[in-house]
Design a protein around this ligand. Sequence first.
Ligand SMILES: Nc1ncnc2c1ncn2[C@@H]1O[C@H](COP(=O)(O)OP(=O)(O)O)[C@@H](O)[C@H]1O
Ligand SMILES: [Mg+2]
Length: 269
Amino acid sequence: MKVEALIMLTGESEKMEINDYILEVEDLSVIRSGKLVISDINLKIARGEFVGIVGPNGSGKTTLLLSILGILNAKSGTIRIHGCEPMCRSNDGRISWVSQAASNIPNNLRITVRELVKLGSISSRNMFFPDRKKIDPIVDKAVEMVDLKDVEHTDVARLSGGQRQRAVIARALASEAEFIILDEPLVGIDRKARSSLLKLLDKLCHDAGKTILMVSHDLAAIRQTAHRMIYLEETIKFDGETSEFPDLTEIAELRGINPVHDELSDYQH
Ligand SMILES: Nc1ncnc2c1ncn2[C@@H]1O[C@H](COP(=O)(O)OP(=O)(O)O)[C@@H](O)[C@H]1O
Ligand SMILES: [Mg+2]
């Protein structure tokens, strides 16, 4: 009887574990313009994790994110988000993407913060019959979370770099997606804005239950916030707790190079 109960318990916990993975990538390889860009990627991300991806320029970080989103096709391997393919219908609205340089909104585009955030709440489900009563409170909440309430009616073009980046994140929040993927969101913003952005992402993860996957070449910044870090250079060369992330000399070893100062300068800010 005891053994049966134990098996039942174990079975249950295994089931919970499987259901708790938002993302499951198995043996993924992707080719772009005839060149193998990423290969043998195996990666699982559980609900509520904050995972940072680092790696040199051209190492395949954006390619991995675009594959996860279903924009690039895999040469081999599988990707599952919430248990099904990235573009499957049930994933509609559950993943949100903040692209590289998303906050480079042209200065001649007249759009207020609130309008920009509202765009995020439009999905294929409500595009033709948007329900203001539902959308307005979602937009309010997103604007408040990123602390832009006092400038919500200001043109995005008039905001500082850090505020713009927060506006773009609020747009992602308005989609109410539980899985937020960010590609280099810290580029072009000053140190103070960077730190408030990182605090915001941390809050989203801890208080709002979001799962975050963020690419950044800013090792110091990502280290401050992510629970888990991945070092990608065509394949995953490190995946583990942030506290165990290799130091610069060990990264050089991972890269198979002698630690020449210039080669490592990418990681020193
Ligand atoms: N649109 C594209 N077509 C062909 N190759 C590309 C394309 N975009 C990127 N690549 C190549 O894929 C590799 C990885 O690029 P990318 O994923 O953008 O790297 P990262 O984001 O790590 O800087 C690079 O060698 C790059 O030249
Ligand atoms: Mg990139």
